[in-house]
Ligand binder design. Structure first.
Ligand code: GH3
Ligand code: MG
Ligand code: MG
Length: 457
């Protein structure tokens, strides 16, 4: 996995040492010698991760980090602070400025690569979501959601897995003090079951469990569909860089040593929760925009955009399969304009929603119903011969006409009818346009000859 790393330090030899290490592992390296230069390079060079010195004249690392993390265009890029200080107060200050992790000078290789690798992996996932978001944006259906705002973290659900009551209780107490909703699990064998039943925003796992390897639990969490995206914080007793590296490699998101400082613990948990929120938001935006692009908001049926794309696929398939016949029904509400005029537009909408339901309920799973706009619906019936198509169309007509529609929130009845123009594809190459022309002509005839009627072309 290659990635572009921006190394920021005001002292040339420091930059050289870090760059040499990274180049030896085939990372691309970009250097900046001040905070100002770092922010400029950030815009032009699009790095995947930033290694940021803390002590720099003019603009220090905290300030640079703060600016990166409060800009919507760059906030997703992981920042690792590189510091000579091992002062807890500075670490907390860095985390509060939005730093994702820390390295202490002189930088140990194993620690460096473990962090860079794990954060680059995270960035790749986020990049993919951002890319999809841009695509939806181009389709013109994305609501641009305030990604900077992660909202309140209070109430986030945290699971602590630890069989030492003293440690577990201490952790629970600190986190509960932040208004998180914290649960304890002292029997690690229950973890899988518990995470299937309940969704957590963060799982903290002790690496000093008596009968279980916390790292194994961590990789279990990563490989299960339900918990793949859940951040994992590992808590251990002894500093062991190799173990830390392994933990991060297995998908642990952060690593904390006992005895930990309260403020640092809180800051790290906040960082993990915020990151999770950000990812959830990207994913949700994507999913809503995707469904907005394909589904009609009023009725929940597929819209014209989806229908056009999908109908072509259905036709191709039919051509491939020796022109298996496909039935097409063009359904149009009778005198819909007068319903609108008499009862108002909102009642017209109620009628459309109910009509969509009735159409849906009488379909086979392989059939497809779409709303092409206004009060125009289309039903596609793959692998149906003309007699079948006529029968189904007639049944649909009855389903609409036989029982009045309930309007005004179910307080009033209204008789509604629809006319249906039906056709079946011919055993020769035809375009969607040819087929719809036939169906629409049949529909026109149905309207001309009395409405509430099926005409097969
Ligand atoms: P016909 O029996 O010949 O089909 O007559 P009609 O009144 O149903 O047909 P016409 O095409 O004249 O009128 C369709 C009306 O549908 C006009 C338009 O105002 C209304 N309409 C289109 N989209 C919507 C919608 O989303 N909601 C509501 N309530 N009305 C809509
Ligand atoms: Mg410096
Ligand atoms: Mg109509």
């Amino acid at each position: 996995m290659t990635a572009r790393v921006l190394v920021v330090d005001d002292i040339l030899p420091n930059v050289k040492v870090l760059s040499a290490k990274l180049l030896s592992e085939y990372y691309d390296v970009i250097a900046a010698y001040s905070g100002k230069e770092a922010l400029e390079k950030l815009e032009k060079e699009h790095p995947d991760i930033i290694l940021l010195d803390v002590m720099m004249p003019e603009m220090d690392g905290f300030e640079v980090c703060h600016r990166i993390k409060s800009n919507a265009a760059t906030m997703h890029i992981p920042v690792v602070m590189v510091t000579a200080l091992s002062e807890i107060a500075d670490r907390v200050k860095g985390l509060e400025a939005g730093a994702d992790d820390f390295l202490t000078k002189p930088v140990n290789d194993t620690a460096l690569f473990a962090r860079v690798k794990s954060l680059v992996r995270l960035k790749m996932v986020i990049d993919e979501w951002r890319l999809r978001e841009r695509t939806s944006d181009q389709l013109g259906v994305m609501q641009v959601a305030g990604l900077e705002e992660v909202g309140r973290l209070e109430g986030s659900k945290i699971l602590i897995v630890d069989d030492l009551p003293i440690e577990a209780n201490r952790l629970q107490e600190i986190l509960a003090g932040e208004q998180y909703d914290v649960k304890l699990l002292s029997d690690p064998s229950q973890l899988l079951q518990m995470t299937q039943d309940e969704v957590f925003d963060l799982i903290a796992i002790s690496l000093t469990l008596s009968g279980e390897d916390g790292l194994r639990l961590c990789s279990q969490i990563r490989s299960s569909e339900r918990t793949r995206q859940t951040p994992v914080l590992l808590v251990d007793d002894n500093a062991d860089i190799r173990k830390t590296a392994k933990a991060l490699d297995l998908g642990g998101n952060d690593y904390l040593l006992r005895p930990y400082d309260k403020a640092e613990l809180k800051a790290r948990v906040r960082t993990l929760l915020k990151r999770k929120r950000y990812q959830d938001k990207l994913r949700n935006n994507y999913e809503t925009s995707l469904s907005m692009a394909l589904v009609d908001a009023l009725t929940g049926l597929f819209n014209r955009r989806y229908f056009d794309a999908h109908f072509d696929k259905i036709l191709e398939k039919s051509h491939r399969e020796n022109y298996k016949p496909v039935g097409v029904l063009s359904v149009d509400v009778d005198k819909f304009k007068s319903i609108n005029d008499t009862y108002g537009h909102p009642v017209g909408d109620e009628v459309l929603v109910e009509l969509a339901k009735r159409l849906m309920n009488s379909m086979r799973p392989s059939d497809m119903v779409a709303r092409l706009g206004g009060e125009e619906f289309v039903v596609v019936l793959p692998e149906s011969r003309p007699e079948q198509v006529r029968m189904i169309a007639e049944r649909l007509r009855q389903t609409i006409a036989e029982k009045p529609f309930m309007i005004k929130g179910g307080t009033q009845e209204l008789p509604v009818t629809a006319s249906i123009g039906a056709t079946v594809t011919l055993p020769e190459p035809e375009t969607a346009g040819d087929i719809f022309k036939r169906a629409d002509e049949a529909l026109y005839q149905a309207k001309q000859t009395g409405r509430n009627k099926v005409v097969v072309a």
